[in-house]
Design a protein around this ligand. Structure first.
Ligand code: URA
Length: 237
């Protein structure tokens, strides 16, 4: 990639500080480009080619970042919110251009991908691609094989069209049932509304996977890690 960007944007994107903080660093002469000190924050550089150093240390360039978060309840899947903590408040990345790929409800936990790769996000979220998403849930009441049949046939959740077939699997049937369900759409509150359509209520919801990406079992709620190169390649495939 040989797209040129402003030096101050590059430094801010790579986490050296806010745009005004990095401008100050440049003006103080603490930044060099190809071994020459520069004092123009507006200088255009080729991030993948030029050798940019801060106090003599090379700043390596990553165009995109990808994080897997085990989202805790109580934070919203947004980049900004005046009332609540957001998923970006949980991720300690200096990158200012990260965003969550899709939304989980405030009380839903589990797998959330955060990236600045708009093209990948678009592909994963596009309704045309029917990317499967699997959830684990606790349901108030007995989930039956009849319910599984209704999920497989598609349900009326008050939209123009019924939901696409969803694979409902009962793990524990009881007063509180435990299930997994795989859906291939992303309608608002979809899993909760599908259970409402069969007269039941979701008590707890956690996303386990999205496409090829599965939640790392080693991540406790609220923890996150970068995706591995293999995970990124599989998602892009
Ligand atoms: N379905 C829901 O009802 N909520 C979510 O957060 C995700 C899927």
């Amino acid at each position: 990639m040989d797209k040129k960007i402003r030096l101050d944007k590059f430094l801010a994107d790579m986490g050296l500080g806010t745009r005004s903080e990095v401008k100050a660093l440049v003006k103080k002469g603490q930044i060099s480009v190809n071994n020459a000190a520069v004092r123009q924050p507006e200088l255009k550089i080729s991030p993948a080619i030029d050798n940019v150093c801060y106090n003599g240390e090379r700043i390596s360039y990553a165009e995109f970042e990808y994080y897997m978060l085990n989202k805790p309840a109580g934070c919203v899947s947004a980049t900004e919110d005046r009332m609540h903590k957001t998923v970006l408040d949980v991720i300690q990345s200096a990158r200012k251009d990260l965003f969550p790929v899709g939304r989980l409800d405030i009380d839903t936990e589990g797998l959330l991908l955060l990236t600045n790769d708009g093209e990948l996000a678009h592909r994963l979220l596009s309704p045309r691609h029917h990317v499967p998403k699997t959830y684990y849930a606790k349901i108030d009441g007995l989930v039956t094989s009849e319910d599984c049949g209704k999920f497989a046939a598609g349900l009326d959740i008050g939209e123009k069209q019924n939901t696409l077939p969803a694979a409902l699997q009962v793990l524990i049937a009881g007063d509180v049932s435990e299930i997994t369900v795989t859906i291939t759409e992303g309608k608002y509150h979809q899993v909760k509304r599908m259970f409402e359509a069969v007269g039941k209520q979701v008590l707890y919801l956690k996303r386990l996977s999205m496409g090829s990406l599965s939640l790392d079992k080693a991540l406790a709620t609220g923890e996150y890690r970068k995706l591995t190169p293999e995970e990124i390649a599989e998602l892009k495939d």
